[in-house]
Design a binder for this molecule. Sequence first.
Ligand code: NAD
Length: 487
Amino acid sequence: MAHAKAVLVLENFIAGKFVPCSSYIDSYNPSTGDIYCRVPDSGKEEVEAAVKAAKNAFPIWSSKSPLERSQILNKLADLIEHDLEEFAQAESKDQGKTITFARTVDIPRAVYNFRFFASSILHHTTECTEMATMGCVHYTSRTPVGVAGLISPWNLPLYLLTWKIAPAIACGNTVVAKPSEMTSVTAWMMCKLLEKAGVPHGVVNVVFGMGTKAGEALVCHPDVPLISFTGSTLTAQRIMEKSAPHCKRLSLELGGKNPAIIFDDADLAQCIPTTLRSSFANQGEICLCTSRIFVQRGIYSDFLKRFVAEAKKWKVGNPSDPTVDIGALISKEHLEKVRSYVKKAQAEGARVLCGEGVDPLALPAGNRKGYFMLPTVITEVKDESCCMQEEIFGPVTCIVAFDTEEEVIERANSVKYGLAATVWSSNVGRVHRVAKRLQSGLVWTNCWLVRDLNLPFGGMKASGVGREGAKDSYEFFTEVKTITIKH
Ligand code: NAD
């Protein structure tokens, strides 16, 4: 029985101390179906204590110089990097992602998030204007806001949580963070390093638990003036409603239904492997993953044949095996949901060319109760189909043909989301034209997932409100004031 195994028991981290909770939630290892850990089922009381600790820590932390805060962030980055392998193992076990992905993407990026904001906080300048005729100068001053509520999802647990914690504390705020109840372990491990890094007690508090309980208590707390949230569009709508009475400042990074547009002059030798990655990396559980591939008719059949042949080579299995490309999906419910989209597509007359229901999935004995799925390619699917409109968030991608530039722009834009798009073409003029007209916060041409953290990250339409990045996060996590001096 799953319970018979020794399981990890997590505790909330409040005012620099680990604090037990009166009730707990089971969290599973998606690759075995066993219980991996027990997560505090926090509610109002725990959130209240965490907010109080963050409020108490604010005067001292906010009065430190950017350089002092920067040194502490760098130290924390070093400590996480020192334990990189331990963090990667835990992330893979908790989330189902491959150990290779956790080692090369998740944890290095978490380390880099702290290093990046430790550096960028030292280089901001504020504005100044002169009104000679009035004998005035105007300048702006920025100050930290207060206690920031940070809520993150399960797909890139430590990566996305630190993408919020780092800028928030670099700017001098104190925080109460709530990671996803399904992937809490690496946040808990990070808390163990805070004191050694020199983060004063109460600057970073972490409450674990359900979104509807702990998350909502944080969103509704009157002493938390800003909420930075990454997750689904549906949850964001609820957060907007709940925070409206307090007029909170919100940053919302949400779902996507990202197109890849492949013109007939694309370099397929680069495009095919990159589009496979953009469709299936991290089990397709990245908000930036491609799930609608539009291929110009002249190269459509060739592309389809080559793409499917390569997709069939992706190895699905035990995430701790370094030769595996796709690990387990986050939960049994999520796996069912992703599979149900494939069934719906078939019922509508679409064709499944490989993967779910078409090819056999052989798993090692220890992983047969895990939540695995083969990379799945669907074609002959209508643009109105739910598979082309809704975020599936799994290893499923749809491939369809198009004829003209005008047509494909319209079809790519015909969804409620607007997060990321990919354009493949060797025609520079076309690349600029198309990129400009796509309703998408990010457009990658002839590449995918290449990020400069200095520049804005975020989505349009139902994919988000606000942007994150060096300048954008600085603006979000600080309050600006315009001061006028007459001489
Ligand atoms: P989710 O919205 O279910 O949960 C996200 C977080 O919000 C979790 O910590 C959850 O506990 C909490 N939460 C849930 N209900 C809440 C409530 N009522 N009040 C406050 N907090 C609440 O999302 P998920 O399933 O964890 O993550 C997958 C989604 O996240 C996908 O839609 C994906 O596209 C999106 N995502 C977006 C980005 C981005 O940067 N745009 C990045 C990663 C994931």
